[in-house]
Design a protein around this ligand. Structure first.
Ligand code: SF4
Length: 389
């Protein structure tokens, strides 16, 4: 990057000025990763100090049967496929209860767009889960699913959200965003929920007092300018509603070959690679720098691996999700040795070993517990890092 432009952007960042679309594109074109990290770390520590938030949650996917066939998705199954499943309400509750000893604070539930399950199944599951685990927040459904519920119920999103909230819904999830720019979206997304509906549903949720996450699926066929465009759309919506708590860049994953049927379902795999660690770190950094109005940037470690997750804490990230069990949507696709589960202690060590202070949070980003400051690297050197074993 031109030295003059570098100075100009740096001055804007330190003065707290909003970065433009052109600035965002210039940052992606810059290969000075240390400089990008320094700027993003400045913004991150200015907002969130040396704290790293995490939560203890469980991911549940009630069904993998989906009417859509998104090109990047290795999770969906068609009705009748051998590995297609749909949980009975009691099964979902039993699965959630398995983690009671972990003192989880959140259930994260996303699903396929099931062609025949009735709409009433969903609030019923939420009611039963809430009755079984009243202290646990229910973070459920993408905007895509809410739009699907509109279709199968004939009800408007307004009434759907009211009924789900009455059944115990705390927050929507941020999924279904992928990349909003139609130039890319038309090639990867196979359902009817695009920017207009995704933003309509989150705007509506925010108007009802709900806080939601926002996401971006990166590292497939999009270019950096599409990522910048994606962030700017969300930033403008955030100016309007203030309802986004966090931005989560999600790293596109190649398909795994399902051991059960040997089928690769990802249709863009042949013409894509996955984002390299440096690209991921750059994406975290630029996101933090562009988003001057969203409090947190999260690294979902399941999609990035533990090494990148630790490094990301120096590239704008201040939130690690989560203590995940059975993450299926893309983790099925991962053959890179990332563990499927991290318990509370594992996350604590991951954060301490990176030199930050862990803070356990709930779905609303309220502090559940603050942990000790990290000990110095010199003191830590003698202690093996459990998390890598
Ligand atoms: S990403 Fe979601 S909507 Fe798309 S095919 Fe997969 S499960 Fe279905």
């Amino acid at each position: 990057m031109d030295v003059g432009l570098k100075r100009e952007i740096e001055a804007k960042v330190y003065a707290g000025e909003r970065l433009s679309r052109a600035d965002g594109e210039a940052l992606y074109a810059c290969d000075d990763l240390a400089w990008l990290g320094r700027l993003a770390h400045h913004k991150r520590t200015e907002r969130n100090g040396e704290r790293v938030m995490f939560n203890v949650n469980r991911h549940l996917n009630l069904t993998n049967v989906c009417s859509a066939s998104c090109a990047y998705c290795s999770f969906q199954r068609k009705p009748g496929e051998k590995s297609a499943y749909t949980m009975r309400v009691e099964e979902a509750v039993a699965k959630a209860l398995e983690m009671r000893d972990e003192q989880l604070t959140e259930l994260h539930i996303v699903n396929g767009l099931h062609p025949t399950l009735p709409w009433k199944y969903y609030p019923r599951v939420l009611r039963e889960l809430k009755a079984a685990l009243p202290e646990v927040s229910l973070k459920c459904f993408t905007a895509t699913e809410i739009q699907w519920f509109e279709k199968i119920s004939g009800l408007p999103a307004d009434e759907i959200l009211d009924e789900l909230m009455d059944a115990g819904l705390s927050s929507l999830t941020g999924g279904g965003a992928e990349i909003f720019d139609w130039e890319i979206r038309q090639h990867i997304v196979d359902h009817a929920c695009h920017w207009e509906d995704w933003s309509r549903i989150h705007r509506l949720a925010h108007s009802k007092g709900m806080k939601t996450p926002s996401t971006m699926l990166y590292g497939h066929i999009e270019e950096p300018r599409h990522r910048v465009d994606h962030v700017i759309r969300l930033r403008e919506l955030q100016d309007e509603t203030g309802g986004f708590q966090v931005f989560i860049p999600l790293r596109y994953q190649h398909d795994f070959v399902d051991a059960a049927d040997g089928i690769v379902r990802n249709r863009i795999q042949a013409r894509t690679t996955m984002a390299a660690p440096a690209e991921s770190l750059k994406t975290f950094a630029v996101s933090r720098l562009m988003f001057d109005n969203v409090p947190h940037v999260k690294c979902f470690w399941v999609m990035h691996g533990l090494s990148v997750a630790q490094l990301s804490l120096n590239f704008g990230v201040d939130d690690l999700d989560g203590s995940v069990v059975e993450y299926k949507i893309t983790h099925d696709a991962d053959s890179y040795g990332t563990p499927n589960t991290m318990h509370r202690d594992d996350l604590l060590h991951l954060i301490w070993d990176a030199g930050f202070q862990p803070v356990e949070r709930n779905t609303l980003y309220q502090v559940v517990r603050e942990y000790d400051q990290p000990t110095s690297i010199a003191e830590r050197r003698a202690v093996p890092q459990d998390v890598w074993s």
